[in-house]
Write a protein that binds this ligand. Sequence first.
Ligand code: GDP
Length: 170
Amino acid sequence: MALRELKVCLLGDTGVGKSSIVWRFVEDSFDPNINPTIGASFMTKTVQYQNELHKFLIWDTAGQERFRALAPMYYRGSAAAIIVYDITKEESFQTLKNWVKELRQHGPPNIVVAIAGNKCDLSDAREVQEKDAKDYADSIHAIFVETSAKNAININEVFIEISKRIPVVD
Ligand code: GDP
């Protein structure tokens, strides 16, 4: 069976749930007291999809206030970036737009961008409308999903969508 290796980095404000998304994807669990990301962590997960093995090399970054200078080290060589915002925090959606600009200016030219509106289980506290985020994602040709690391919504899906968008090079 063919094996594809894909480097994926996660970007977004501190507290939006980047580490929780990675933890849900890799371990299929959720820890409400997850340690705030210190520096960055690296994890891998291999999933089978349509007769191929997809090995994701996942770089989870520290919060934006600290890592702006470090960011290129995460996104350099990445096939894809998952930029995460928190649907209950409008500000985190504005930060996401800055990440998109930074990737367009300094990131790998063909990097696949996926936008994840996380914490969709907290829709009572919603500040970012799904349609607004979807329209924005469409305008930059990005994948868009609302996710919940807590309730395991769309977590595997976002990784599979990324893999589908990345051309196979033989
Ligand atoms: P990071 O700084 O972006 O890596 O965010 P964390 O993964 O550390 O998560 C920040 C906080 O949000 C933690 O208290 C998590 O338990 C919580 N959190 C993460 N994802 C979700 C989610 O999908 N739903 C809810 N309700 N809380 C979440």
